[in-house]
Design a protein around this ligand. Structure first.
Ligand code: SDX
Length: 392
């Protein structure tokens, strides 16, 4: 009935909710946010514009965008007490472990935005989460390399601010590279939302109990960390480095096809896309742009291109409709920018926060869209009497 497709009874019964945020056609490789294609948004909008669109349903006017950006940048600092929390982690803690803990701990600091029945408090919580994720992620990186935290500089763009907090040091001025800023902003757009993926469903399920938004987003971060989900970007680059040279690709393709081998091609396949993930197409184009602009020769990109070509000409991958997904190329760009692989999923979480928050708001404002309490098909033993331990 939405003009995109009509629900068939079977589909409606399996759908966990109705949502007007993101539309995916897995067969055609289509991804729309509030009706706008990911191709146009990633090429022609900014992450702040796309964030406004996801949150509010319409692309912002210049004034609306300026006001939204001003509001977000006014929430980029975190409570100074949070710095103590970081000091409790080991230096080699995975940034996602730190983000799970720190984002959940935001509930302990912001008591004025945890009443989910109050639309104003929901709005402040949403803005705080979108604004503070870059600061929290940058602090996790700084802590892991033993450098001091860098405070936000709100004269910079959302993405420029994050780059400076991550790569800047107090000892010298940090100049944001516009090529890097634009590429990272585009990567954030490509990761902003993606319908009812595992981590978004986690956020909705946590929210259905009335949990506060900070706790719900922390739950989403935990779920995203899995290598089958958001952790795949880190796993995909590690895989490409392990393959190392094009002549080793056939060995890994055969392993991926071997049912007795748990190895899978990381960054390939998708629960919904049975065609090319449209985000991977944009990502592959962006790799070329960034590597040439930064004058980086990364042999791993050649391995990735040849792996894609060989896999997509192999019957196994063609028959099972396995194509590169959003995670296949993203790591090459992030690595060229200077991020360690351990930060890749943290960047995914940073960008996906606007999607999680938008989906959470949609659900809270329309309880009919709450996932509620899933049921099961019981497969255990029938009822039976207790047996004393001596008789077992
Ligand atoms: C994300 O849901 C979302 O929208 C997620 C996401 C988002 O934006 O939120 O798009 C982000 O999580 C992308 C996916 C990142 N994960 C990876 O790249 C990890 C590698 N991919 C696989 O683990 C796998 O493709 C999944 C988990 C993503 C999907 O697994 P499914 O549902 O089993 O895929 P399928 O049903 O299409 O698989 C069909 C067959 C199966 O073999 P059979 O049981 O039919 O014999 O293909 C096999 C799978 O075993 N297969 C693969 C494979 N992916 C699936 N074989 C080799 N290599 C792979 N990568």
């Amino acid at each position: 009935e939405t003009g995109l497709f009509t629900f068939d009874p079977g589909f409606k019964s399996t759908a966990s909710c109705e949502s007007g945020l993101t539309y995916i056609d897995g067969g055609e490789g289509i991804l729309l946010h509030r009706g706008y294609s990911i191709e146009e948004l990633s090429e022609r909008s900014s992450f702040m514009e796309t964030s406004y669109l996801l949150l509010n349903g319409e692309l912002p006017t210049k004034e609306e965008l300026d006001n939204f950006t001003y509001t977000i940048t006014r929430h980029t600092m975190v409570n100074e007490q949070l710095n103590q929390l970081y000091k409790g982690f080991r230096r080699d803690a995975h940034p996602m472990a730190i983000m799970c803990g720190v984002v959940g701990a935001l509930s302990a600091f912001y008591h004025d935005s945890t009443d989910i029945a109050d639309p104003d408090q929901r709005k402040i919580a949403s803005h705080r989460l979108i604004a503070k994720m870059p600061t929290i992620a940058a602090m996790a990186y700084k802590y892991s390399i033993g450098q001091p935290f860098v405070y936000p500089d709100n004269s910079l763009s959302y993405t420029g601010n994050f780059l400076r907090m991550t790569f800047g040091v107090p000892a010298e001025e940090y100049v944001v590279d516009p090529v890097v800023e634009q590429a990272l902003d585009r990567i954030f757009i490509l990761h902003a939302d993606h319908e009812q993926n595992a981590s978004t469903s986690t956020v909705r399920l946590a929210g259905s109990s009335g949990a506060n938004p900070f706790a719900c987003i922390a739950a989403g971060i935990a779920c995203l960390w899995g290598p089958a989900h958001g952790g795949a970007n880190e796993a995909a680059l590690n895989m490409l480095h392990e393959i190392g040279r094009p002549e080793r690709i056939p060995e890994y393709i055969e392993r991926a096809k071997d049912k007795n081998d748990p190895f899978r091609l990381m960054g390939f396949g998708h629960r919904v896309y049975k065609n090319y993930d449209p985000r991977a197409t944009v990502m592959r184009k962006t790799v070329r742009e960034v590597l040439s602009a930064l004058n980086v020769q990364d042999p791993v990109f050649d391995v990735a291109l040849q792996l894609e070509e060989m896999a997509l000409s192999d019957d196994y991958f063609v028959e099972k409709k396995l194509f590169p997904n959003v995670d296949f190329y993203s790591g090459i760009i992030l690595s060229a920018i200077g991020f360690p692989t351990t930060m890749f999923t943290a960047l995914f979480a940073l960008a996906r926060t606007v999607g999680w928050v938008s989906q959470w708001n949609e659900m809270i404002s329309d309880p009919a869209q709450t996932i509620g309490r899933p049921r099961q098909l019981y497969t255990g033993p029938a009822a039976r009497p207790f047996v004393e331990i001596g008789d077992r």
